[in-house]
Design a protein around this ligand. Structure first.
Ligand code: G6P
Length: 613
């Protein structure tokens, strides 16, 4: 979603800010803007569309000497919420005096009443945004001390914010603050850079400070002074970023999505490394913070997440019930707190989130904490809000995921859930030998995935036959049902083909009415319990003219014969098979989208991290 960068330092601020914005492009946005302090004035450039367009605009509007001399500025990529993605609605916004500029992530919920109050005092607004209202409010509160003005304004707003503010009247500083939207500050030598996401910072420094909710910081080129909104100093540790700039580059691949699909043998290896115990036949997940007794006493596991993370949770649901004999259920994070969930201390709530910033998942965590459940998280981004608020959990170690469509984070989420299920299973039902056998299955996952990735060229050929369709159905049963949902999600996200995932048995309760000659059915027909029923469902579709692309088990010739086309995955445990199967569908979606000429890494309207409800 929206992205923030701020810089105060030696010089070259416009270039540093543009580079930062490019690093944030992956988050999804539809307009961009930049504000620079120069000679006691604020200069602004904005453009709808891409950062490259903003860069052209800034170079056309500003003298080239400005690019060398300006040392302070803020910049933004906007994902439209209040008002369309026009130049006028793009950030930064200016206050009434034109001397204070602000960029903002999040939503100011009470902006209408504040706007009415300020209009009554003579303020004029040019945009439809809540952000412009906040900027005017800060200007209205400014009696000669920008920091105090920002504090006073933030006391009056309801909602969420990550902000960066500059003022021509106090050119030696940037004020930044957060509530609900992340801000990370990079600590440089004679320069300080802030952003909503560490990927905009990593090219400049590995040393960062994460702000907590209600922190406000005064940043100069040599200092970072953090306080709370009541002006009481607070201490925040400096952390080292766990990735370097190269991790956020395409590394020879045409798209981040393809790179990240190919990285999966490695990322899965990182997620697994040091976490399997072949002596005990269990897994070691220290961050869970649970003793065997805690686990034995659990009565229920509730998995919450959104989008792809929700689908990972659905695989987890099968794993916990099958391996650990514990009641498990998945709930959409967006609904969780509104349905007044029944939770107690023997319920474990597992929040699953690649970014660790998804607003609905964070709200679910807070609700579960209120209700006294045992809450933990599975996040990829180290130090993210959900990871910090849960306090216990397991990091995925997938490395930075740049493509909006999630691939390696999904497979790492599933593998971590399998390891959690193994640990629970060992305490409740598994013998040591059974535990060791399943640990061996998990250990083999990177190799299984490498075999699927090696079929990239063949999957590209198969995809060519499906790229002209406008509809597709993905069907599966058992643990392959969530894989069908995820396969359909991948295809619609990147290729804009209307794709639906269904339980294979549900198809005949309505969707089968849509089948016509040649309608594609992507069938997860892997050789696992229930395959015979799956083959029956496939025949029902074939009888109505559907074209069947099967994901099948290597060497299963009988099943191959039921298909028009097939992609095979290695034989393995049914739960483990979800991972190579989904990788086949990721590659299928990628190649279909590529053939259709889609913007694969930043699909229209989508955001990498959804920080509004
Ligand atoms: C967005 C992304 C999806 C992601 C979902 C949840 O919609 O585009 O790829 O699955 O958010 O994100 P999270 O970071 O919580 O896993």
């Amino acid at each position: 979603m929206c992205g923030i960068v701020g810089y105060i330092g030696k010089a070259d601020a416009p270039t540093v800010l543009m580079n930062g914005l490019r690093r944030l492009e992956y988050r999804g946005y539809d307009s961009a803007g930049i504000a620079i302090l120069d000679d006691e004035r604020v200069l602004i450039a904005k453009a709808p569309g891409k950062v490259s367009k903003l860069n052209e605009r800034a170079h056309a509007d500003w003298p080239s000497s400005l690019f060398q001399r300006a040392s302070t500025g803020i910049a933004h990529t906007r994902w439209a919420t209040h008002g369309p993605p026009t130049e006028v609605n793009a950030h930064p916004h200016l206050d009434q005096s034109g001397e204070i500029a602000l960029v903002h992530n999040g939503i100011i919920e009470n902006y209408r009443s504040i706007r009415a109050r300020l209009e009554a005092k003579g303020h004029h607004f040019y945009s439809e945004t809540d952000t412009e209202v906040l900027t005017h409010l800060i200007g209205d509160c400014d009696k000669g001390d920008l920091f105090q003005a920002v504090c006073d304004a933030l006391h009056q707003v309801e909602g969420t914010f990550g902000i960066a503010v500059i003022s021509a009247r106090e050119p030696d500083k940037i004020i930044t603050a957060r509530r609900g939207s992340p801000i990370v500050i990079g600590v440089g030598e004679g320069e300080t850079i802030l952003a909503s996401d560490a990927s905009a910072i990593v090219a400049y420094t590995q040393r960062v400070i994460y702000l907590d909710d209600n922190d406000i910081a005064i940043i100069t080129k040599d200092s970072i002074d953090i306080r709370d909104l009541n002006n009481i100093p607070v201490t925040r540790e400096i952390a080292e970023l766990a990735f370097d700039a190269a991790a956020a580059e395409k590394g020879g691949f045409d798209h981040f999505m393809l790179k990240e699909i190919h990285e999966q043998p490695e990322s899965l290896g990182n997620a697994i490394r040091g976490r399997l115990d072949f002596n005990l036949g269990s897994s070691v997940l220290a961050g869970m913070g649970t003793s065997p007794r805690d686990l034995a006493e659990l009565s229920r596991i509730v998995l919450v997440g959104c989008g792809t993370s929700l689908h990972a949770g659905m695989v987890g649901e099968y794993a916990f019930e099958d391996l650990a004999d514990v009641h498990a259920e998945v709930q959409q994070a967006a609904e969780f707190r509104y349905r007044n969930p029944i939770l107690g201390s023997r319920d474990m709530v597992v929040a699953i989130s690649q970014s660790g910033e998804t607003a609905d998942t964070l709200a679910a965590v807070r609700e579960a904490n209120q209700k006294g459940a045992f809450v933990m998280s599975l996040c990829n981004v180290v130090g993210s809000t959900i990871a910090r608020e849960t306090g216990r959990g397991v990091y995925l170690h997938a490395g930075p995921e740049i493509s909006v469509a999630s691939t390696k984070a999904f497979t790492c989420q599933v593998v971590v859930l399998l390891m959690m299920a193994l640990r629970l299973g060992r305490g409740r039902r598994f013998s040591r030998d059974e535990g060791i056998r399943f640990a061996r299955e998990i250990e083999s996952i990177p190799m299984l995935v490498a075999k699927v990735v090696a079929q990239n060229a063949r999957i590209a050929e198969v995809a060519a036959d499906y790229a002209k369709n406008e509809h597709a159905f993905f069907i599966g049963r058992g643990p392959m049902f969530p894989v069908a949902l995820e396969g359909a999600l991948k295809l619609k996200e990147v290729s804009y083909i209307h794709a639906e995932g269904y339980h294979a048995a549900e198809l005949k309760h309505g969707p089968i009415a849509l089948l016509e000659q040649g309608t594609p059915i992507i069938a997860l027909a892997v050789d696992i319990p229930g395959k015979d029923k799956m083959l029956g469902n496939i025949e029902e579709c074939r009888a109505r003219g559907a074209r069947i692309l099967g994901v099948i088990t290597e060497g299963d010739h009988e099943t191959a014969e039921c298909m028009d086309d097939f992609i095979s995955i290695p034989r393995c445990h049914p739960l483990v098979a979800t991972i190579p199967a989904v990788v086949a569908l990721q590659l299928f979606a990628y190649h279909v989208a590529r053939l259709r000429g889609c913007e694969i890494d930043q699909p229209r309207n989508l955001a990498k991290s959804v920080t509004v409800e």
